[in-house]
Ligand binder design. Sequence first.
Ligand code: 5RP
Length: 218
Amino acid sequence: MDQQQAKHAVAQAALKYVVPGEVLGVGTGSTVNCFIDALAAAHVDIPAAVSSSEASRVRLVAAGILVRDLNEAGTLSVYVDGADEATPARQLVKGGGGALTREKIVAAASRKFVCIVDESKLVKVLGAFPLPVEVIPMARSYVARQLVALGGQPRLRDGFTTDNGNQILDVAGLSITDPSALETRIGMLAGVVTVGLFSRRPADVLLVAGSAGIREIR
Ligand code: 5RP
């Protein structure tokens, strides 16, 4: 199974977690794009979706799925999203697509977070994938200096503005042995909107597609 086939397979496997009749949280990225396609093809009976990005909102609408604002939808039963890295403890690095802030909000507002990845994303220790940090533009240099002090090598994601009008620093060189502590530490820096560590609220279910099929980690 190549990576694209794995994305399709894990997207298909996530359909069983969708609760018919309830508004669904939908994440962002190429794996989630496969999920949106699978959702539309399966004609799952959901009244609407809440999207974690403009890109997914456009794709959902094109697939004929109504998109609602999270403030109107309230608590969601299920949120389906991908990740850039995932550990067997279901802690994640997210934000490769730059949607980390809305992703963290929708995950927080959902009772069950189902994360869908192919096996190339599964790691023992997070940090090989540069950690995305969304910052208020005027705080960019200050936050970058603090990240250097924490042992990282921050790099501005050139020419990229988030859906919230902010910038992203991608931080290389971190070996993240205590993801929850680092999530708190970076999250408390003035000017940081969101750090792409999802450890304090990890995924509830991690679906991993690989050559042996779909693995379900709970
Ligand atoms: C976007 C994300 C995505 O979930 C993450 O980047 C994985 O994307 P893909 O499925 O394309 O590999 O966090 O902000």
